[in-house]
Design a protein around this ligand. Sequence first.
Ligand code: ADP
Ligand code: MG
Length: 358
Amino acid sequence: MASVLVHQLVKSFNNVHAVHDVGFKVNDGEFVFFLGPSGCGKTTTLRMIAGLLMPTSGRIEIGGRNVTFLRPRHRNVGMVFQQNVLYPHMSVADNLAYPLKVRGFTRKEVREKLGEVAERLRIADVLDRMPDELSGGQSQRVAIGRMLVRQADVFLMDEAISHLDAKLRAHMRTELRHLQKTLGVTTLFVSHDQLEAMSMGDRILVMNDGAIQQFGTPQEVFDRPANRFVAGFVGEPHMNILPAEIRHEGARPVARWAGGAMPLPDLPHGLVEGSLVDVGIRPEHVVLAAPSRTNAGHGNVEALEPLGAECLVTVQAGGQTLRARLPAVRADRLGFDVGAAVSLQFPRDHIYLFDKAG
Ligand code: ADP
Ligand code: MG
């Protein structure tokens, strides 16, 4: 077990700056997610930590030891990637046992460890099979098992459960979280799936364009997004982002936007009359009501999507599209149809203001 320190890490491929100046510290025993859109540099960062790719510049330490230029096998890290190769001539059980046998575990110890991992990963019934007799999901779980049984200092996983079917993925989320906590092994997990990151991670490192946008707990990233990118990326459906101008109308500042004027909380430092901002509001906080003279906003219903207990309503307002998520019973009571006029309210406590520059 060990901490992982990354300092001013840079990787360029010819003209492509895949990772620029990335720095962070993962504590011993932590489960950290790299979350970001495709191409933002997650895999490149992880591969440098694994030792599969040499950085252009920067430093990597594992457990306080500078490993920047060490080969993978001298870093004592376990890895699982999206495509994994099992030893084709060995049964599943032997694939799992191999890392233990080479480290001198007794047969009894091997049997016990295998039993537990196989049970947890739901591969107990395929232990006698050969790799070419497994489904994609099964071989992926065997690869995860092979990583888990060995005593690595750090686990590195890249989209390791992304292509399992939905039900198995949900199961694996719970099990991996449990196993990681039980084993206490520092784990770095790359994902583009925010549900995975939010439900499993102790902390999430949000990346975009080769750079870190925010590093915080799931709650922090959700409640206090550091910038517009994080606000728009985290949360499903995404936060509404509405361009607006700060005005003082009456006692309070308002944000004048295409659909109306919304009362604001106290202005953050640097925002004054006339400042151009993006106003962020999550779909679950947009309040829809029957048309009234409320001046926060007016629009028309463009689409209604029932989601079981909730309903997602898309509204067009002054050329802007925004979404509201409300309990299905409330949507029923309002009885909107597509095309209906609605008024919009934005509770002040749930408004985020982003400087245009930010
Ligand atoms: P992610 O895992 O977040 O989807 P990657 O780390 O794979 O992103 O890629 C980051 C950027 O680096 C992308 O623009 C990608 O095209 C580029 N890249 C990655 N690997 C190579 C490579 N071997 N050669 C050239 N460009 C690469
Ligand atoms: Mg990737």
